[in-house]
Design a protein around this ligand. Structure first.
Ligand SMILES: NC(=O)c1ccc[n+]([C@@H]2O[C@H](COP(=O)([O-])OP(=O)(O)OC[C@H]3O[C@@H](n4cnc5c(N)ncnc54)[C@H](O)[C@@H]3O)[C@@H](O)[C@H]2O)c1
Length: 265
């Protein structure tokens, strides 16, 4: 699929991986509507920064208030893409939250919240986009799962279960929608620089200055990965672009890890 002149939506596009995906889709030629929690502190400012990056690439960008746990918000995001940008071709379900703790550590409400945002939010975003994509007989959906959806160490039971769910949902939708010309795939990143992961590093190390934590992240990533640098949101964005452009790739769960776990020397 040629991405020049296409329209994309990206949930959780205000910052982190969502911003990297929105920017790389814009670089490939898409106009982009990002959906995020604009009513939460800093998110509106972060969304503005993403839109500026999209516009700097000569594409149109719109920010839409969208909580993916609310079906009406998912529908509003799809409508914004159609009405304000003129269509919908690419859907990236990226919005997600971390939930640390094993089965004995978390409450049922925390369990439900992780599944609600990460798995049901993905389902509802896909469902909102389906009537448009199937009626035009063309489209690409990319869900952002995680390597924690392929294997798990038990330290984050709800997060991991929700991401295994996203991998399963991707396969089920791929099987259901391929005959309508709609391809569904997902990406399983390992650790990518974002507020989610740098924040976790701050918790673990006790480093309180965000800039110092960011520098530490760069150092740890360069040491841990055989390619000698950390994985950035734009790396995930380029993998999304590749999946959208690759006409015969259907139903895959693609790890994008920078070789995490392979020998470094
Ligand atoms: N960063 C990583 O290392 C990593 C690794 C694997 C998978 N992921 C996945 O990638 C996605 C993005 O992660 P990130 O690291 O960029 O996180 P992040 O916390 O930096 O950004 C997440 C974005 O999603 C938005 N969001 C949260 N709940 C939402 C909701 N209910 N509705 C709409 N938007 C909502 C937030 O406002 C934020 O802008 C998540 O699904 C995450 O699980 C991240």
């Amino acid at each position: 699929m040629e991405l020049e002149g296409q329209v994309a939506i990206v949930t959780g596009g205000a910052r982190g991986i969502g911003r990297g995906v929105a920017v790389e889709l814009a670089r490939a030629g898409c106009d982009v509507a990002i959906g995020d929690l604009l009513d939460v502190a800093d998110t509106a400012r972060n969304s503005d920064a993403t839109i500026s990056r999209i516009e700097a690439l000569g594409r149109r960008g719109v920010a839409v208030q969208c909580d993916v746990t609310k079906e009406a918000d998912c529908a509003a995001l799809v409508e914004a893409a159609r009405n304000q940008l003129g269509g919908l071709d690419v859907v990236v379900c990226n919005a997600g939250i971390m939930q640390i703790g094993g089965v004995a550590d978390i409450s049922s409400n925390e369990w439900r919240r992780a599944l609600d945002v990460n798995l049901t939010g993905t389902f509802q975003t896909c469902r909102a986009a389906l009537p448009h994509l199937t009626s035009q007989g063309r489209g690409s959906i990319v869900n952002i799962a995680s390597v924690a959806g392929l294997r798990t160490d038990g330290s984050r039971v709800a997060y991991s279960s929700s991401k295994f769910g996203v991998v399963g949902l991707t396969q089920a939708l791929a099987a259901e929608l391929a005959r309508h010309g709609v391809r569904v795939n997902c990406i399983c990143p390992s650790s990518v620089r974002s507020a989610m992961t740098v924040g976790e590093l701050m918790d673990v190390t006790g480093v309180e200055d965000p800039e110092k934590a960011d520098a530490l992240w760069t150092k740890v990533g360069a040491k841990r990965l055989p390619l000698g640098r950390s994985v950035e949101p734009e790396d995930i964005g380029r993998a999304v672009v590749w999946l959208c452009e690759s006409d015969m790739v259907v139903g895959v769960s693609l790890p994008v890890t920078g070789g995490d776990g392979l020998p470094t020397k």
